[in-house]
Design a protein around this ligand. Structure first.
Ligand code: GUN
Length: 291
């Protein structure tokens, strides 16, 4: 029987586990506060930001919402970041990506105070992660580590194929998994669009993390029996549904499930964990600021 990994259930446990930290801060008169900044009219980005706000409300984190016209000059976004950096009541800052083309994404990431960088994308925080002493672990890979732990999937000594090399998922995932730590100590192969003989790499893996952004790219015949499959993809594909689309992962679910020992569904796998770890990082940021 394949274990269907329930991201919603594990995320609920993570949220419940944050209550102690939030109570301790409340005793000191502090409410953790996350500021989100959206400079986009993309409906998916709008949905993600609004979900992050309702998650915050649920656990007792204050969420402040900043929206900037996507046509506005980049300086408007930079100035907003500067103001949020200077505001001691704001502990975490999240600029929803992608930003418009006329905005320099790297400048945005550099500009956020690294102590408030709850995404973990600031170069200083990337450096700390690679050097093995992370401040904020990026939410999706951190959530995947927690999901593996909750499913009793051992990373120590495991062969992992990470398919995808993005700064948000693939690279930090590989870095976290190779670290000398309880949720690390794995041997990682990072694959991407130019990888030759990809199926040989995925078939050799005990754990496959699919984060390529291509619908149903990883199929069952690319996997070994008993593998753990973590599907990071959320792709909208045209479908004969009420909305005219459906969400599919980077993994062809049915054929992969037939091979896998454990697999994450889409939706309801990695997505809720990413959101839970953002709350985790915001509570950490507030705690660090008050320490
Ligand atoms: N857009 C897609 N994923 C993310 C994320 O993890 N953080 C931010 N800030 N934007 C995103």
């Amino acid at each position: 029987m394949t274990d269907i990994i329930d991201g919603n259930a594990v995320a609920a446990e993570i949220r419940a586990g944050l209550a102690d930290g939030i109570d301790t801060l409340a005793d000191a008169g502090v409410t953790p506060c996350l500021a989100t900044v959206l400079m986009s009219n993309d409906p998916a980005s709008e949905t993600y930001v609004s979900m992050k706000h309702s998650d915050c409300e649920e656990v007792g984190i204050e969420a402040r919402d900043f929206e900037i016209d996507p046509e506005a000059p980049a300086e408007e976004l930079y100035d907003t970041i500067d103001e949020l950096n200077a505001d001691p009541s704001v502990h975490g800052i999240l600029v929803q990506m992608p930003v418009p083309d006329h905005v320099d994404e790297r400048e945005v990431l550099r500009r956020i105070d690294p102590a408030k960088d709850v995404d973990g994308f600031h170069p200083e925080n990337v450096g700390r992660l690679v050097a093995g002493h992370p401040r904020f672990k990026p939410c999706t890979p951190h959530g995947i580590q927690k999901l593996l732990a909750a499913t009793d999937v051992e990373t120590e000594g495991a062969d992992v194929a990470v398919v995808g090399r993005s700064n948000i998922v693939g690279k930090p995932m590989a870095n976290l998994l190779i670290q000398k730590s309880e949720l690390g100590n794995a041997t990682v192969t990072v694959c991407h669009s130019r990888t030759e003989n990809l199926a040989d790499k995925t078939r050799a893996a005990d754990i496959v993390v699919a984060a390529v952004g291509i619908p149903e790219f990883i199929t069952g015949e690319m996997l070994s029996e008993g593998v753990t499959v973590i599907d990071v993809g959320i792709n909208r594909v045209d479908a004969d549904t009420e909305k005219g689309y459906e969400l599919v992962g980077d993994v062809e679910y049915e054929s992969a499930k037939a091979k896998a020992g454990a697999i994450t569904p889409v939706p309801g796998g990695v997505g809720p964990m990413t959101r839970a770890m953002l709350l985790w990082n915001t509570v950490k940021a507030a705690g660090d600021a008050e320490a």
